[in-house]
Design a protein around this ligand. Structure first.
Ligand code: SF4
Length: 270
């Protein structure tokens, strides 16, 4: 690999870890000519776009938007190709079509170091592309950066957390099937228009629902919403009892804890 041609790329998902990594790279490797890239599915939350603007303000550099979800290559087109079969954890075609393939097209055959924000306190393995010219680098793992550090980095940079963190622990599409039920309730209450759009994608008779075994119509009924909220309150109470003193992360957000970070999609939700 010729050193002079190597590109350095940080894929930003709109989530906290990849954002903290962009800040960290700027601080620890100031000489690197970084490319910051965001794959836009055009099914993102407004809060994510607002967060990207904040990130650009800090970096003083554009986050390149790969328009991954428009027109013939958009989510709706691929959904048609998959005959209306909604993506799910076991059939995650959306990530490949809307994130990985556009990213690989953008990279081409250039040798690239791809910086990935998996933390030292996480177990998950991260590999975004199998292309041999894309070499993953894990600065947080290498340098022992853990969740507390991520919150500190974001706080000290002035970027903070994305606004959706008040009700949802992950970045990505508004209809992402990795959302927990309480997050669907959050979508219903914060973005009722998007909840309706998500609902319109479901084909309940054929069993195509975003949440396994329950349609969004059912989930949005007042008695069901109240039940989900009550279960969440109990879960938090139990978690709170087990976890004293509060970590910086919890004090900072007043909201999400480790338990809320259900394993999701590496590309969309770092
Ligand atoms: S955020 Fe969720 S729905 Fe969107 S592309 Fe990623 S895995 Fe698929």
């Amino acid at each position: 690999m010729s050193q002079s041609k190597v590109r350095h790329v940080c894929l930003i998902s709109g989530g906290k870890d990849s954002t903290a990594l962009a800040v960290y790279l700027r601080q620890t490797r100031p000489g690197l000519e970084m490319e910051y890239v965001f794959c836009d599915t055009h099914k993102e939350l407004d809060e994510t776009y607002e967060y990207l603007a904040r990130i650009e303000g800090f970096l003083g550099k554009e986050v390149i938007r790969l328009s991954a979800g428009l027109g013939e290559r958009g989510f709706d087109h691929h959904l048609d190709m998959f005959r209306g079969y909604l993506p799910s954890p076991s059939m995650r075609w959306c990530t490949r079509k809307l994130k990985i393939e556009p990213f690989e097209r953008y990279i081409g055959d250039d040798p690239v170091y791809l910086y990935v924000g998996i933390r030292a306190d996480e177990n998950r393995e991260g590999y975004i592309s199998t292309k041999p010219n894309i070499i993953p680098v894990f600065p947080f793992k290498d340098d022992g950066v853990v969740k507390e550090d991520v919150f500190r980095i974001l706080e000290e940079s002035g970027i903070g957390l994305p606004k959706y963190y008040e009700w949802r622990s992950r970045s990505g599409c508004y209809f992402c099937f990795y959302q927990r039920k309480i997050e669907w309730v959050g979508l219903l209450e914060r973005h009722p228009d998007l909840f309706e759009k998500a609902k319109a994608y479901e084909k309940v008779e054929q069993g195509y629902t975003w949440v396994q075994g329950e349609s969004l119509e059912e989930l949005s009924r007042p008695e069901r919403v109240a039940q989900i909220k009550a279960e969440e309150a109990k879960r938090r109470e139990r978690a709170e009892k087990r976890r004293r003193p509060r970590t910086l992360a919890e004090a900072f957000t007043g909201s999400y804890s480790d338990e809320d970070e259900v394993q999701g999609c590496l590309v969309c939700q770092l």
